[in-house]
Write a protein of this length. Structure first.
Length: 292
């Protein structure tokens, strides 16, 4: 009789992030499309990355003015937030931001417009999508060609993530104020009501540092938080309210996504606005199924 023994390996946090791509000056958005292909927003363009070798290979597919958040949409395409020619941080109030829909071949069409500085994009179960404007207190919802104001409850909203059951929306507040810029550490939670309208808003947690940016959720229901200002990645467990330091030494960490396709599915891939680095961070769990 042969007896097989399996040893469960538990990661000890914080882990050491691995450099996956290191050829950009600055990077922000990151997402997978429905085919499991990885897309990046960096250096004035949208790029597709390959999982080959110890360092990923990249190829530019489209030019944009100022790339921010990305999200997969439909079976193949992605959505890309673009500040446009102007942004509130350098030029003041504006309305020239665009959300592009981009095919893997690089064809661009306008998916949403009239938003000052679109930052993070989150696709909802019904195919509509939310867009945060981190220079204001506005989160928008796009339905086809219609863009409407969804919420003004969170100041300077940035990253967004849905709970595993789609009943709660988590929103990162990145700033306390803009002049001068002061980072914030608050993670907010909306109870969603029928039709994914915003219900009551509560403070989910404070990470204790400041400048929280992108969010991602794992299959257990925990929320991963990129702290751009501190250069750290935290994990928040809504069930216990525990905050765990997952990784540090990631200056300017901005957006997070769990691996899909041929990429490591038990790792986060993270971008950096400060160094342009794309990191791979082992977390030992898969991401929640995302909506496209």
């Amino acid at each position: 009789m042969v007896v097989l023994f399996f040893v469960l390996q538990t990661l000890v946090f914080p882990v050491i992030p691995e450099v996956f791509i290191d050829e950009f000056d600055g990077s922000e958005g990151i997402t997978f499309n429905g085919e499991g292909r990885l897309f990046l927003g960096a250096d004035g363009g949208v790029w597709v990355a390959e999982p080959d070798g110890p360092r990923g290979k990249v190829r530019k597919i489209a030019d944009v003015d100022f790339p921010l958040g990305l999200a997969g949409v439909g079976p193949r395409d992605i959505l890309a937030a673009d500040f446009g020619p102007k942004n509130v941080f350098q030029h003041g109030a504006n309305d020239d931001g665009i959300v592009w829909r981009i095919t893997p071949e690089g064809k661009k069409t306008v998916a949403a417009s009239g938003i000052a500085d679109p930052n993070f994009i989150l696709v909802l179960p019904d195919g509509t999508f939310l867009v945060s404007d981190d220079g204001t207190d506005k989160i928008y919802r796009a339905r086809g060609e219609e863009v409407s104001l969804w919420s003004t409850a969170v100041a300077y909203p940035n990253g967004m993530a849905l709970s595993r059951d789609d009943r709660i929306l988590y929103v990162a507040q990145i700033f306390k104020r803009l002049d001068p810029i002061v980072g914030d550490d608050r993670l907010w939670a909306f109870d969603l009501v029928e039709g994914f309208a915003p219900g009551p808003l509560t403070l989910a947690v404070r990470t204790g540092e400041g400048g929280i940016d992108g969010l991602a959720a794992d299959e257990i229901g925990r929320i991963y938080v990129a702290d751009n200002g501190a250069g750290k990645i935290f994990r928040f467990d809504p069930a216990s309210s525990e905050v765990t330091l997952i990784a540090e030494g990631t200056p300017g960490v901005a957006s997070l996504v769990f691996g899909e396709g041929d990429f490591d599915r038990e790792a986060l891939y993270a971008t950096s606005t400060r160094t342009g680095t794309i990191w791979k961070v082992k977390v030992g769990v898969r991401g929640v199924k995302v909506h496209r």
